[in-house]
Design a protein around this ligand. Structure first.
Ligand SMILES: *Cc1c(COP(=O)(O)O)cnc(C)c1O
Length: 430
């Protein structure tokens, strides 16, 4: 019988990975074993957390059916919201197919909890690109600015720390809501740990206990054992086609938090008077439940992929962010590829490794909501899902690719090797 490792090697070769690229990958991986073991421990903890919430809420087969039309008495939907609330230790949750994406969930949380004359403060610098139009940082029809909500921003210090004196000065009687983005998104600042977020919230609450602290939790769920809601956040907000959907949710978003904040959001999502009572689950309950059940292990696989990519590319001399050895608080890995050609080659490799649309070549395009042209590689079961293996980057120097996802670690590994293979094919020397 042939050695299994030899057979795997043959498989990689048959799937387009040259032996030098594969060997380099194995060398890098050999050093990552202790970190991967730690990630597995966190996944184990979080798996028990989710299971505990499902048991406590007596999830049953009947919850996996759904409603149509108005969606009154959708017990599966309502119980799922209890499962989210109990997992994230919040009073309440809104988890809906009608929340179309992360931006929508954030817009909903903000627009429902702010009133004309209120001020929104971001103490962590410029928020995610798509929120610029939500807030009205870039003028946009329907923005919060149009409704008389003002915005103030305090940038992070050059080292990534909070500028506490400036934050204290920015808090004023109009400040109603503080928005804290956990993940770096497309920015080059560090991602915040849950502990750091807790310190920032404590600082704000000490001065203004009445201010709502909201955390954009996108890409952060289940990376640590605690969530921002465990350290004082009044609302945490995210997308179901990222971590908590576990790769199975076909759409959707969530807001978990204080019941009064969630009630506002529900009334804004549907209508005053109707609130959370309507909103058919349209057959999505099984994938929402099963995706949430899988989310801790799926997130762990994606995180391993991020660390592997960082370690591999750092070793080749690329500037990677976060650096390979630093602790990690989300599943995004940024790699500065320094040229548009290499950015395209990297994305081509990720695309070629995909289970769906492996044969297409990604091209840059002007994506709605983003400033610069963006190139995206994603051969996903769910359109645009970034818990699935995907890479994207705006076409601006230093041509940073943001790499994330991988429903299984083995797929992430193959995709990263393929990205490197395409760079090698384009002239990179190992
Ligand atoms: C993805 C993301 C969003 C927006 O989510 P979409 O689902 O793409 O609309 C907002 N904030 C952060 C930090 C994100 O990563």
């Amino acid at each position: 019988m042939k050695d299994l490792q030899a057979e795997i090697q043959e498989q990689y070769q048959a799937l387009g990975i040259s032996e030098p690229v594969r060997r380099l990958g194995e060398e890098v991986l050999a050093e990552l074993a202790p970190r991967f073991a730690r990630i597995d421990e966190i996944a184990e903890y979080n798996q028990l957390k989710v299971l505990g919430a499902m048991r406590k809420n007596r999830v049953s087969e009947s919850h996996l059916t759904g409603t149509t039309g108005y969606g009154y008495n959708d017990d599966g939907r309502d119980t799922l919201e209890r499962v989210y609330a109990d997992t994230f230790h919040t009073e309440d949750a809104l988890v809906r197919a009608q929340i179309t994406c992360g931006t929508h969930a954030l817009n909903l949380a903000l627009s429902s909890n702010l009133r004309p004359g209120d001020e929104l403060l971001s103490p962590v610098g410029k928020p995610y690109d798509t929120l610029e139009e939500v807030i009205g940082i870039r003028p946009s029809a329907g923005s919060l600015a149009e409704y008389g909500v003002t915005y103030r921003q305090v940038d992070l210090l050059p080292g990534g720390g909070f500028d506490y004196p400036a934050i204290a000065a920015a808090l004023n009687p109009k400040t109603r809501l503080v928005t804290i983005q956990r993940s770096k998104g497309y920015a080059s600042r560090p991602t915040l740990s849950v502990e750091q977020i807790g310190e920032l919230i404590a600082f704000v609450k000490e001065r203004r206990p009445d201010v709502i602290c909201m955390v954009d939790n996108c890409y952060g769920e289940f990376v640590q054992t605690r969530e921002p809601s465990d350290v004082g956040a009044d609302m945490i907000v995210g997308s179901l086609i990222k971590n908590p959907g576990g790769g199975l949710a076909p759409a959707g978003g969530y807001i978990c938090g204080r019941s009064d904040c969630i009630e506002q959001a529900a009334r804004r999502l549907t209508s005053p008077g109707l609130g959370r009572e309507v909103g058919a689950s349209l057959g999505m309950n099984p994938s929402f439940y099963q995706g949430f059940f899988l989310a801790p292990t799926v997130t762990a696989g994606a995180e391993k992929g991020a660390i592997f990519a960082a370690s591999l590319y750092e070793r080749l001399g690329f500037s990677v962010h976060p650096a390979a050895a630093t602790p990690r608080y989300d599943i995004i890995q940024a790699i500065n590829l320094n040229s548009p050609e290499w950015l395209k080659a990297f994305c081509k490799g990720i695309q070629m490794a995909a289970p769906v649309d492996s044969f297409v070549t990604p091209e840059p395009w002007a994506m709605p909501g983003y400033d610069d042209e963006v190139i995206m590689a994603a051969g996903a079961f769910v359109q645009g899902s970034s818990i699935e293996l995907s890479a994207d980057g705006p076409l601006r120097p230093p041509y940073t690719v943001f790499f994330q996802g991988g429903i299984t670690w083995y797929h992430a590994k193959y995709g990263i090797l393929m990205s490197l293979q395409k760079l090698v094919d384009a002239g990179l020397e190992l």
